[in-house]
Design a protein around this ligand. Structure first.
Ligand SMILES: Nc1ncnc2c1ncn2[C@@H]1O[C@H](COP(=O)(O)OP(=O)(O)O)[C@@H](O)[C@H]1O
Ligand SMILES: [Mg+2]
Length: 331
């Protein structure tokens, strides 16, 4: 047991969640953008998360702590759309940028399962379905757009570090990458999570619990779909023996997602995701947030070859992205 950092203690007191006794807890293994703790309150354990003004990544990366408020709001809307798919929010302190939520049982992260080669189709399907339902639920409630006017943050922590930083590394592909930024910004359609990565998904009996909605924005739902599918492609290079399973998961996730699209023509949403995917692929090698597990040059070259081909000769169907990827990783 460790004494809780004062910001958390103050936030919990001011949110009326502290109780009378002393507060203690343990830091959780967090990512790069937040402090996150389990707190042992009188009423039971809870989880508190504080957005950091500077992210712990190699490239200097600033982000306003206001994103903690969008994260809390995303969790509320997602849980309305798909009960159980996000932790219950207990309170959010806007000035301190602290979110208090239900402490979830420590299920495995999807990322751990994938790393171990566990390519479970039911999980992939459930992720696609839940994501599609959150998008459909929010798209049907356009008044929610006012709660997620975080487009500037989204640009600063997603579009710039991923797509524009990659454009700087590949000047000949800059027109395509810039066009993807514009195309994404032009679609204000639904509530986007912005970081649907397997490291931010707990798996509870094949059902996803989405974490880490700091990038939440009213925007293009195809971004979430492409962002998540991108990880299934990259995992083929991390755990190569499971590549056929990951490609089957890709298909299962995309198919389940498509079945939920009712806010626009499903082929239109799919086309945007298929166009975005190669940009995001390349970004995870040459953008500001490269995946930590592709360290050798050979897999990085594979990603560059595949992404380059698809950026210069775009396809409209996700299945065609997967086919091109399969050819590339077999080469
Ligand atoms: N509500 C919660 N209950 C229990 N553990 C949680 C909860 N939220 C997050 N965690 C744990 O903390 C880790 C980091 O949380 P996350 O929201 O992804 O923060 P970061 O922005 O630092 O990546 C997660 O991988 C998970 O293990
Ligand atoms: Mg995280």
């Amino acid at each position: 047991m460790t004494a809780l950092p004062e910001t958390f203690a103050q936030a919990l007191r001011e949110l009326g969640l502290a109780g009378a006794g002393p507060l203690s807890g343990e830091p959780l293994v967090g990512g790069v953008s937040s402090d996150i703790w389990r707190v042992d309150a009188e009423s039971g354990p809870l989880c508190v998360k504080r957005a950091l003004p500077t992210l712990r990544v190699a490239a200097l990366w600033q982000a306003p702590i206001e994103r903690n408020r969008f994260e809390a709001r995303w969790m509320q809307v997602a849980a309305e759309a798909v009960p159980g798919c996000a932790a219950r929010v207990l309170g959010q302190h806007p000035q301190l940028g602290v979110l208090a939520m239900e402490y979830l049982p420590q299920h495995a992260l999807w990322k751990q399962q994938l790393r171990d080669g566990d390519a479970d189709l039911d999980t992939a399907r459930a992720v696609g379905r839940a994501l599609g339902r959150i998008h459909a639920y929010s798209a049907a409630r356009p008044a929610l757009a006012a709660d997620f006017a975080s487009q500037a943050i989204f640009f600063d922590i997603r579009l710039e570090p991923y797509l524009l930083a990659t454009a700087a590394a590949h000047p000949d592909l800059a027109p395509q990458l810039r066009a993807l930024v514009q195309a994404t910004q032009a679609q204000a359609k639904a509530l986007v999570h912005g970081d649907v990565s397997p490291k931010n998904i707990l798996v509870d009996a094949h059902r996803p619990v989405f974490l880490d909605a700091e990038c939440a924005v009213w925007g293009d739902p195809a971004f979430d779909l492409a962002f998540c599918l991108n990880h299934l492609l990259l995992k083929c290079l991390w755990t190569p023996p499971a590549a056929p399973g990951f490609l089957a998961c890709f298909d299962a996730l995309a198919t389940a997602y498509r079945a939920e699209v009712d806010w626009e023509l499903v082929d239109d949403a799919e086309r945007r995701a298929a166009r975005l995917l190669p940009g995001l692929l390349l970004a995870r090698v040459d953008g500001k947030s490269p995946v930590e597990y592709l360290v050798d040059e050979a897999p990085r070259r594979t990603v560059r070859r595949a992404a380059r081909a698809l950026l210069t000769q775009p396809v409209d169907r996700l299945n065609d992205v997967a086919l091109a990827w399969r050819r590339e990783i077999a080469a």
